[in-house]
Design a protein around this ligand. Structure first.
Ligand code: MN
Length: 305
C-alpha cells in the first residue's frame, strides 16, 4: 500500500461518496470498493442528515471488512451509541429529547429504531477506534489531544466512556477528541443564532499561531451582542488559557467535524487539514490523498459536490 486517502464527514450522502471513491480510482469488486495501491480512511460522521444512510454505512463497512479502509469514530456515531445505551441507573446516556431525536431522525428512520438492524449498526460503531496513530500521520474526528488519549488509556470505545458523567476526565476526553476543545471567553459572551448566551467558544486548536482570544476563539459569523449588535472582535492581547497544546509537530493531523464552507477546500497549514466541507449543507465531500509527506499541500485535496 502506498498511501492513505482520508475522507471527511459523509452524513448520508452516499452518491457523493461513490463519486469521490470513483474519482480517486476505487472500484467496487466483490461488494467492496478497493484501490490497487491505496487505503481509504473514514473520519466518520457517516450518519444523520442525508438521504443515503444505509448505503453510506454499507459502503464504509464493506471497505473496512475487506481491508480496503480504516475508520475512526465520529461524534454522530458516538451519539448513536449513547442514544441506544442506558447508564448504570437506567437512563439513556444521550437523552431522548425532541432536539436530539430530530438530529438523529434520518438514521433512526433508515434502520428502524430498536430493530435488529439498529442494534447491529450500534455494535459496529462500538467497535470503532477513537483515533488512528498511523506511521507518519495522525487521524481523529475533531481534535488530536494526547492528554485526553492518556486519560482514556486506549483508542477502543469502552462502556465507561459512553456512560461517563459530565465533569469527569473521561467525559471531557471524549468531548475533546470527538467534538473539539472549547475555551473560556474570559468574561466576554456572545449570543448565538438560537438566542443562547455563550461564554465559551470552540478553539482553533489546529493553528499554532492562535495564542490570543481573538485568534483562538471560533466565533460564528452571525453572533451578536446581548443588545443585538454584531459581535465585536475579541481582544488581541489577551493570551488564551488553553487546555489544548497547539504546538507544531512534525506529523500532520487530518480531522473533520468543523463544517468548513467555501468554494475551494484548502488545508489549514502544512501540518493540519480539516476535511469536513459541509456536504450536508450544499458544500463538498473532501478527501486528502496522503503519500508520506510531512508537509500537507492543497494539491492533494479531492472534492466532489
Ligand atoms: Mn462531527
Amino acid at each position: 500500500m502506498s498511501g492513505y486517502d482520508v475522507i471527511g464527514d459523509v452524513h448520508g450522502y452516499a452518491d457523493a461518496l461513490e463519486r469521490l471513491l470513483g474519482a480517486m480510482g476505487y472500484r467496487e469488486i466483490d461488494g467492496a470498493y478497493r484501490h490497487p495501491e491505496r487505503t481509504a480512511v473514514f473520519l466518520s460522521d457517516l450518519i444523520d442528515r442525508g438521504p443515503g444512510q444505509l448505503r453510506t454505512l454499507q459502503i464504509a463497512r464493506a471497505m473496512v471488512d475487506a481491508g480496503s479502509a480504516q475508520i475512526v469514530l465520529g461524534n454522530h456515531e458516538f451519539n448513536a451509541v449513547a442514544w441506544a445505551t442506558r447508564n448504570d441507573v437506567g437512563e439513556w446516556c444521550r437523552p431522548h429529547t425532541e432536539k436530539n431525536r430530530h438530529q438523529h431522525a434520518a438514521f433512526l428512520g433508515a434502520v428502524g429504531e430498536d430493530s435488529e438492524q439498529h442494534r447491529s449498526w450500534i455494535e459496529w460503531f462500538e467497535s470503532l477506534p477513537m483515533w488512528l496513530d498511523l506511521p507518519g500521520l495522525r487521524v481523529v474526528h475533531a481534535c488530536w489531544h494526547e492528554p485526553s488519549m492518556d486519560d482514556l488509556g486506549s483508542a477502543a470505545l469502552t462502556r465507561e466512556a459512553v456512560t461517563a458523567s459530565r465533569g469527569t476526565a473521561i467525559y471531557d476526553a471524549v468531548e475533546i477528541l470527538l467534538k473539539g476543545p472549547e475555551i473560556d471567553l474570559d468574561g466576554h459572551s456572545y449570543v448565538d443564532k438560537d438566542g443562547h448566551v455563550r461564554d465559551r467558544a470552540r478553539q482553533r486548536w489546529w493553528d499554532p499561531s492562535a495564542t490570543t482570544l481573538a485568534s483562538a476563539a471560533l466565533i460564528p459569523g452571525d453572533a451578536t451582542t446581548e443588545s443585538g449588535e454584531p459581535f465585536p472582535p475579541l481582544p488581541d492581547d489577551e493570551p488564551v488559557d488553553s487546555i489544548v497544546s497547539n504546538r507544531a509537530v512534525d506529523r500532520p493531523v487530518l480531522y473533520g467535524h468543523y463544517w468548513r464552507s467555501g468554494s475551494t477546500p484548502s488545508i489549514d497549514n502544512a501540518r493540519a487539514a480539516c476535511l469536513d466541507w459541509s456536504i450536508a449543507g450544499g458544500g463538498h465531500l473532501v478527501a486528502y490523498r496522503w503519500t508520506g509527506e510531512s508537509d500537507l499541500a492543497d494539491a492533494n485535496l479531492v472534492a466532489v459536490r
